[in-house]
Ligand binder design. Structure first.
Ligand code: C2E
Ligand code: MG
Ligand code: MG
Ligand code: MG
Length: 275
């Protein structure tokens, strides 16, 4: 009986592996076609200056509108896109689209904002990254100071010389660079002071008020950013209390559901300031 049971379990295990594998392959072939079928969309989440109250930035967040499965969140396909190399073409599309959209907002007579674009490791390590971005800025007519690239700690902290060089070229071009999800990865404080990064984004896990140490961590990140001449933004801000605390601690900006969920560009214009 026991043997029989094991055999059945094993069979179930086997089927579920092959089913997972099949669905992964389907997903991969769907992902390959998604770009040409125009199934990607960018939603944007506003970023607010805590002193002036103005919207100063919009983070572009990728959405895959799958014909059968509906909206697929980025965390469900970005790593597949990385593994297959598809992230390069997808990332190019994201960059172009975000710059184009930002230029469109500017043409609508709103005060200019900075659009920020998430970069994956593979994208960041492209040899022609800087010239590609230069080309996209030329094509869309967006001034470099209105584009920010978000990288992660782990991307910034490996192969220092190469990274430093790329970051310097990007800064020379005039685009901004932020470190996303700051505090969740490894980062060396020495590199942080050497790398020409313009902003730290405090990871949303530190907004959890139930963790008593979080306030101390947030305070320290804010003070450190300012000491290193960087701006600092809190991610994942959901409550009035969190905003009061961030203001008290002189955090520059905030982003989170309290202000708005990520939305299609047309649904955000009412938040943009004029004059
Ligand atoms: P991220 O760059 O850290 O983006 C912030 C994520 O937190 C977004 O999830 C956003 O919807 C979510 N969020 C914003 N405010 C709140 C809040 O108040 N509370 C909570 N609980 N969550 C909040 P999303 O859109 O699912 O994106 C997840 C991640 O996928 C992003 O994290 C980013 O790492 C990656 N990603 C998104 N778009 C792209 C892209 O175009 N390229 C690359 N390489 N990665 C992307
Ligand atoms: Mg981000
Ligand atoms: Mg983040
Ligand atoms: Mg992230």
């Amino acid at each position: 009986v026991i043997k029989e049971k094991h055999r059945n379990n094993y069979k179930m295990f086997e089927t579920s592996i092959s089913e997972n594998f099949k669905s992964m392959l389907t997903m991969e072939s769907d992902l390959r076609k998604a770009l040409q079928k125009e199934q990607f969309e960018l939603h944007y989440q506003p970023q607010k200056n805590l002193i002036t109250g103005e919207i100063v930035g919009m983070e572009a967040l990728l959405r895959w509108n799958h014909p059968e499965k509906g909206y697929i969140p980025p965390l469900d396909f970005i790593s597949l896109a990385e593994r297959t190399g598809l992230i390069i073409d997808i990332g190019d599309w994201v960059m172009y689209e975000a710059c184009r959209q930002n230029k469109l907002w500017q043409g609508g007579g709103y005060d200019p904002v900075i659009v920020s674009v998430n970069l994956s490791a593979k994208q960041f390590h492209q040899k022609d990254l800087v010239s590609k971005i230069q080309h996209i800025l030329n094509e869309t007519g967006l001034e470099p100071k209105y584009l920010e690239l978000e990288i992660t700690e782990s991307m910034a902290m490996t192969n220092e010389k190469y990274i430093l060089n790329t970051l310097q070229q990007l800064r020379e071009l005039g685009v901004l660079v932020s470190i996303d999800d700051f505090g969740t990865g490894y980062s060396s404080l020495r590199y942080l002071s050497v790398f020409p990064v313009t902003k730290l984004k405090i990871d949303k896990t530190f907004m959890d008020d139930n963790q008593i140490q979080n306030k101390a961590i947030v305070k320290s990140i804010i003070h450190m950013s300012h000491s290193l001449n960087m701006k600092v933004i809190a991610e994942g801000v959901e409550t009035e209390e969190q905003i009061a605390f961030l203001k008290e601690e002189n955090c520059d900006e905030m982003q989170g559901y309290f202000l708005s969920k990520p939305l299609p560009p047309g649904k955000l214009v009412h938040l943009l300031s004029t004059g």
